[in-house]
Design a protein around this ligand. Structure first.
Ligand SMILES: Cc1cc2nc3c(=O)[nH]c(=O)nc-3n(C[C@H](O)[C@H](O)[C@H](O)COP(=O)(O)OP(=O)(O)OC[C@H]3O[C@@H](n4cnc5c(N)ncnc54)[C@H](O)[C@@H]3O)c2cc1C
Length: 377
C-alpha cells in the first residue's frame, strides 16, 4: 500500500492547483485522474486577472488575450460596450495550457499522478482514507480532496455539497480565426439562447464559442440555433464540432467538507449560476482547501469546517444573489437586457463584476427590484 499525506481525485484545474498549493508546502500528494490527458477542455478560459493572488505560479504562458472591452448584443444588434480600461482586468487563457502548467509545476514539487485510473472504492479507516483503484493498487492518505468536476461521483457518495445538484446545459465550439470578434474584446450575445446566452472569447488565433442555458435544462441540440449563433459571431463555415457538457452550478450554501475530506471546484458546485464562471471559484477553493489542510496537518487535528465557512462567505453569498438575478433575468431576458445591460451605469458595473472588483451582492437588490417591477408592467 502506498501512503500519501493527501490524495486528490481529479487532475483538472481545481485538482491540479490544490495539489500544487499542497506540494509547495512540502506535503506528499497523489493525483488520481481518469483521463489520459490531451483533450480539448470545453471552457472559454475567461478569468479575472485579480485571481493572480490565488494562483501558485506565473501563468503568463497560458494567457492568449488581454481583454479591454466587453460587448453585449441583443440578437446581433442593440450593442452595449463596457470599457475595461486601465490594466487589463480580464484574461482569456487556453485551459489546456493552464491546467498543464499547474500540473507540471506540482510534479516539479514532488506531487505524483496516476492516469488514466479510476477510483473504485473510498473508505475511512483509523483517521486515514483507503482508496482502491482500477490498477488494483490501494492507496492510503491522511486527507482527501474531491476535484472530479461537474459529474462528480464522490461528492454525492460522501454526502457533501447540494443533495440535488443543479446543472446548466452548455455547448462549446472552438473555431479557427476570430470571426468578427475584436482581438481584445469578449462578446455576450443575448436573445438567441432560451434561458441563457452565447459567448465568444478570443484566443490568439481562434475563438472559444459557448452556449449556456441556466434554467429548465433547455436542450442545445439545435442546429439552426447553433448556426445562427456562429454566424452572429462572423463565421461562415458551419462544419464545426461541438462539445456538450452539463455544468454543475451553485445551488445554495452547503457543507463542502467532511472529516478529513474537502470538495473543490465544480465538484463543490461553485460555478456561477448566471455567467458560468468557474475558474475563479476553482482557484479560490483550491487555495483555501490547501490552507485548511495545512492547518490541520500542522496542528494535528481534523477539523476542516473553517473551509466551508470561508468558501460560503467569500463566494456563496455573492452566488446566492447571482442565482436570484439569473432566475429573473433569464425568464424576462428582453426586459433584463433593457434594464440590466442598457442602463447608463450598467457597463461599468458589469466590468467590475467580471474583474472581481464587485460581487452580485453589491448590485443585486437594485437590479432585482428593477426587473421585478418592470416585468410586471
Ligand atoms: C462550455 C464552458 C465554458 C466555460 N467557460 C468558462 C469561462 O470562460 N470562465 C470561467 O471562469 N469558467 C468557465 N467555465 C467553467 C469552468 O470550465 C469550470 O468551472 C472549471 O473547469 C472547473 O474546474 P474543475 O477542476 O473543478 O473541473 P474540471 O476542469 O472538469 O476537472 C475535473 C477533472 O476530474 C477528472 N475526473 C472526473 N471524474 C473523475 C473520477 N471519477 N476519477 C478521477 N478523475 C476524474 C476529469 O477527467 C477532469 O480532469 C466554462 C464551462 C463550460 C462547460
Amino acid at each position: 500500500m502506498k501512503e500519501f499525506d493527501i490524495v486528490v481525485i481529479g487532475g483538472g484545474l481545481a485538482g491540479s492547483s490544490t495539489a500544487l498549493n499542497l506540494s509547495k508546502k512540502g506535503y506528499s500528494v497523489l493525483i488520481i485522474e481518469k483521463e489520459k490527458g490531451e483533450n480539448i477542455k470545453p471552457c472559454a478560459g475567461g478569468m479575472a486577472s485579480s485571481m493572480k493572488k490565488f494562483l501558485p505560479l506565473d501563468i503568463n504562458e497560458a494567457i492568449e488575450s488581454k481583454i479591454m472591452n466587453v460587448e453585449f448584443r441583443w440578437k446581433s444588434s442593440d450593442n452595449v460596450v463596457a470599457d475595461l480600461s486601465g490594466e487589463s482586468p480580464f484574461w482569456i487563457v487556453r485551459r489546456e495550457k493552464l491546467d498543464k502548467l499547474l500540473l507540471n509545476e506540482a510534479l516539479k514539487y514532488g506531487c505524483e499522478i496516476l492516469r488514466p485510473a479510476q477510483v473504485e472504492e473510498i473508505n475511512p479507516q483509523n483517521k486515514n482514507w483507503i482508496i482502491k483503484c482500477s490498477n488494483k493498487i490501494t492507496y492510503k492518505s491522511k486527507f482527501l480532496v474531491i476535484a472530479d468536476g461537474s459529474q462528480s461521483k464522490w461528492a454525492e457518495y460522501l454526502k457533501l455539497g447540494p443533495r440535488k445538484p443543479k446543472f446548466a446545459n452548455t455547448l462549446a465550439i472552438r473555431l479557427k480565426g476570430l470571426g468578427n470578434i475584436p482581438k481584445d474584446s469578449v462578446r455576450f450575445e443575448f436573445g438567441f439562447v432560451k434561458y441563457g446566452f452565447a459567448w465568444a472569447f478570443p484566443l490568439k488565433d481562434s475563438v472559444n464559442i459557448g452556449l449556456g442555458t441556466f434554467i429548465n435544462n433547455k436542450s442545445l441540440e439545435d442546429a439552426d440555433l447553433n448556426n445562427k449563433v456562429i454566424k452572429s459571431f462572423g463565421f461562415e463555415d458551419l462544419s464545426f464540432q461541438t462539445v456538450h457538457k452539463r455544468l454543475r452550478i451553485w445551488n445554495g450554501i452547503h457543507k463542502l467538507n467532511g472529516d478529513r475530506v474537502i470538495l473543490v471546484g465544480d465538484a463543490a458546485s461553485l460555478c456561477d449560476p448566471f455567467l458560468a464562471e468557474g475558474i475563479r471559484p476553482s482557484l479560490i477553493s483550491s487555495y483555501y482547501a490547501a490552507e485548511s489542510i495545512d492547518q490541520c496537518l500542522c496542528t494535528n487535528n481534523n477539523d476542516l469546517n473553517n473551509y466551508s465557512t470561508i468558501i460560503n462567505n467569500e463566494w456563496g453569498k455573492s452566488m446566492a444573489w447571482g442565482k436570484r438575478i439569473a432566475q429573473i433575468f433569464y425568464r424576462f431576458p428582453r426586459t433584463g437586457y433593457q434594464l440590466g445591460v442598457k442602463r447608463k451605469t450598467a457597463p461599468q458595473r458589469i466590468a467590475q463584476i467580471l474583474s472581481g472588483e464587485m460581487n452580485y451582492e453589491d448590485i443585486a437588490k437594485r437590479v432585482i427590484k428593477r426587473l421585478l417591477t418592470k416585468s410586471k408592467d
